[in-house]
Design a binder for this molecule. Structure first.
Ligand SMILES: *[C@@H]1O[C@H](CO)[C@@H](O)[C@H](O)[C@H]1NC(C)=O
Ligand SMILES: *[C@@H]1O[C@H](CO)[C@@H](O)[C@H](O)[C@H]1NC(C)=O
Ligand SMILES: *[C@@H]1O[C@H](CO)[C@@H](O)[C@H](O)[C@H]1NC(C)=O
Ligand SMILES: *[C@@H]1O[C@H](CO)[C@@H](O)[C@H](O)[C@H]1NC(C)=O
Ligand SMILES: *[C@@H]1O[C@H](CO)[C@@H](O)[C@H](O)[C@H]1NC(C)=O
Ligand SMILES: *[C@@H]1O[C@H](CO)[C@@H](O)[C@H](O)[C@H]1NC(C)=O
Ligand SMILES: *[C@@H]1O[C@H](CO)[C@@H](O)[C@H](O)[C@H]1NC(C)=O
Ligand SMILES: *[C@@H]1O[C@H](CO)[C@@H](O)[C@H](O)[C@H]1NC(C)=O
Ligand SMILES: *[C@@H]1O[C@H](CO)[C@@H](O)[C@H](O)[C@H]1NC(C)=O
Ligand SMILES: *[C@@H]1O[C@H](CO)[C@@H](O)[C@H](O)[C@H]1NC(C)=O
Ligand SMILES: *[C@@H]1O[C@H](CO)[C@@H](O)[C@H](O)[C@H]1NC(C)=O
Length: 561
């Protein structure tokens, strides 16, 4: 009997083998070469060398289809260490290709290459890639466009054309000098000198007439804009004069469509909108400007690009859109409240209804001693009063190869001392605890994380990004989270699903996810300033019991430290 069975299983494998040889999967292998090179670029009447991919700024768009295997050979010719993050790609069991330096890999040194090798599974829409080391993502970024599998319909009116709109920030000085100067002073470094749309600030800035992005449109056609916020430190409003936008997707997840005059987009987020070119043929400004509702000074300058109807001459002066005021909290809250998952039978929102693990993390600013800094102190940021210290070895390697002493698994599930988080500003006793501390999460458990802003020094809104997962934003509010009353108001039906979410100024946000992707996954504020100050931690998600529930073996060319 056993022999017969083994014969059958042998035949079955042979048939399977023949099947795979003669029916290769529809999915393709897409190969990209990313040469990290320095290039002189001129903006705002200044030329300066910037770090780029293939000499392009913004970098090349990665076009893939759901199911494709993607191989990106990154070769570093620049003087800085490099690593690239594929922001929002789930990297199932494959943290090796995720990219944050010293979290999932050691950096790619000058003169070396590393091939990011990943398969795009269960995702379609707009994501993006960027450098994930130092402040290099200021110029090292580009779009990822994932087409649906053949035969998977787009659940909205089919656009006639599409365009990427990547919002960014520009400094006249070298960004690494800016970062280093801030670190030396222990203070926030200089704010950016301009905002940009597709790398260009637009004609409201000096010497920028020729550095203006223009989208030519034809009357009565529909355009899909894939909008990405690649800015380092600014949440942005974006609007088009005379045209409404219909939001259909955020962070590569379809939404219930709604029409709006402006969108709000935090660093790390993407938003797809449909725009109909049905207005009077003219030139219209598209514009982006920050949202900042805390008393902090930032670069509040407006970047512009032009939506130009075919046949209208370049001499026509475009109209500016009405952007919400920088401090328009009510617009921000009501805009975010409109975001809902599409949750159709085909594109379901599988919100975890029961929670295995409750986490409550406070976001705080602090001041720590720094003998070499200007005042003998430096600003810091913390989660549950812990300022994350970057390790010297990738956390994923340390976890996979069981290297001791790199991190501790005792990140607390709750703040050490509860207090009136969003009450009067706290300006005394602002020290934080330093440590490379992370949290262990059981495989396939459901996690609820409440991120609570605090008034330690100042309240501020913080866009939080989780690697390796999408999560559902089940609730948000102003003030202190109330564990007795607030969960009753959670949306467990069609909450927005995304990879980056803004925690409101002086408020809280609750997210849920199922920990079904084993690995070490970074979680951090996507304001680069705050990431640098230590507003970050990681989840070590354990392996499951079955072979296909474990972290894959590391690639052979993984950079050593
Ligand atoms: C870049 O521009 C600067 C300033 O104009 C100039 O000094 C430098 O030689 C240029 N470098 C290259 C590689 O073209
Ligand atoms: C990656 O690119 C470099 C530089 O072109 C090349 O030397 C190397 O062989 C490439 N690696 C792979 C795996 O193709
Ligand atoms: C930052 O701004 C100050 C004041 O304008 C200037 O003196 C300094 O050189 C700037 N820092 C860098 C790195 O450009
Ligand atoms: C934009 O939408 C608003 C209401 O949401 C409407 O009042 C306005 O007329 C629309 N504008 C255009 C140009 O369609
Ligand atoms: C922009 O910021 C500058 C400097 O902080 C300030 O003087 C100016 O009033 C601000 N402009 C707007 C429109 O908020
Ligand atoms: C927002 O800023 C404007 C000035 O730009 C000011 O007049 C207004 O009072 C501010 N609103 C709030 C709610 O702080
Ligand atoms: C450091 O000193 C400067 C100048 O005296 C002051 O403006 C700044 O607020 C101080 N910063 C901190 C963090 O104490
Ligand atoms: C927290 O602080 C706010 C503002 O000062 C105050 O209104 C509120 O009553 C305080 N809450 C508690 C529980 O003390
Ligand atoms: C954070 O930790 C530091 C150092 O242990 C301590 O002095 C401070 O009171 C703590 N702050 C809070 C808000 O828990
Ligand atoms: C994870 O747990 C859910 C709920 O218990 C279960 O339906 C699912 O099969 C589990 N997934 C895996 C991969 O174990
Ligand atoms: C680059 O990374 C390696 C490996 O972590 C490190 O030893 C080296 O100091 C880094 N180089 C620079 C210039 O930061």
């Amino acid at each position: 009997m056993a022999a017969a069975l083994s014969k059958i299983s042998c035949w079955a494998s042979y048939i399977l083998f023949l099947y795979f040889v003669y029916h290769p999967a529809e999915a393709a292998v897409k190969r990209y070469q990313f040469d990290i090179q320095v290039k002189n670029v001129s903006r705002l009447c200044h030329a300066k060398p910037i770090v780029t991919v293939n000499g392009r700024f913004p970098g090349p768009t990665v076009y893939v289809r759901e199911g494709d295997r993607v191989l990106v050979n990154v070769t570093n010719h620049a003087k800085y260490n490099m690593s690239i993050h594929w922001h929002g790609l789930k990297q199932f069991r494959n943290g090796w290709a995720d990219g944050p330096a010293y979290i999932t890999q050691c950096p790619i040194k000058r003169g070396h290459s590393f091939t990011y090798d990943f398969t795009v599974t269960g995702q379609r829409g707009t994501l993006w890639w960027h450098a994930h080391i130092l402040w290099l993502r200021a110029t090292v970024y580009g779009a990822i466009v994932i087409m649906p599998k053949p035969g998977t319909p787009f659940p909205f009116p089919q656009p006639d054309r599409e365009e990427n709109i990547i919002l960014g920030e520009w400094w006249n000085s070298d960004v690494e000098d800016i970062e280093t100067q801030g670190d030396k002073l222990g203070l926030p470094p200089n704010a950016s000198d301009a905002h940009t749309i597709n790398g260009k600030p637009g004609p409201l800035f000096p010497c920028s007439e020729k550095h203006t992005f223009t989208l030519e449109v034809e009357q009565s056609k529909t355009y899909l804009l894939r909008i990405i916020n690649a800015a380092l430190n600014d949440e942005l409003f974006f609007a088009i004069a005379g045209h409404n936008m219909t939001v259909v997707e955020i962070d590569a997840v379809y939404t219930k469509p709604f029409t709006t005059r402006a969108i709000l987009i935090a660093p790390g987020q993407t938003t797809n909108v449909l725009v109909q070119a049905t207005q009077k043929p003219n030139r219209y400004f598209m514009a982006a400007r920050p949202f900042m509702d805390a008393p902090l000074s930032i670069d509040n300058r407006t970047a512009t690009a032009i939506l130009q109807y075919k046949g209208i001459p370049n001499t026509v002066i475009p109209l500016l859109p009405h952007l919400p005021e920088a401090n328009d909290t009510s617009f921000a809250l009501s805009y975010n409240a409109k975001l809902r998952s599409l949750n159709s039978p085909q594109f379901q929102a599988n919100v975890p209804l029961n929670v295995d693990r409750h986490l409550f993390y406070t976001i705080g600013l602090g001041i720590n001693p720094c003998p070499t800094c200007l005042n003998g102190t430096k600003l810091a940021a913390s989660l549950n009063n812990i300022t994350f210290v970057m390790p010297q070895v990738g956390l994923l390697q340390a976890h996979y190869f069981n290297i001791k002493g790199v991190f501790r698994l005792d990140f607390p599930d709750n703040p050490p001392t509860p207090f009136n988080y969003t009450g009067a500003p706290l300006t005394a006793n602002l020290g934080t605890t330093l440590g490379t501390r992370v949290s262990k999460i059981a495989y396939n458990s459901t996690v609820q994380l409440v991120l609570q802003d605090t008034n330690l020094l100042s309240v501020e809104s913080h866009p939080f990004h989780l690697h390796g997962y999408n999560f559902f934003v089940v609730g948000t509010g102003i003030g202190n989270f109330d564990p007795k009353r607030d969960p009753a108001k959670f949306n467990l039906v069609d909450p927005p699903e995304r990879n980056t979410v803004g925690v409101p100024t002086g408020g809280w946000t609750a997210i849920r996810f199922r920990a079904d992707n084993p690995g070490v996954w970074f979680m951090h504020c996507h304001l680069e300033l705050h990431t640098g100050w230590g507003l970050k931690t990681a989840f070590v998600v354990e392996n499951g019991k079955l072979p296909d529930q474990s972290i894959l073996p590391p690639p052979k060319d993984l950079p050593p430290c």
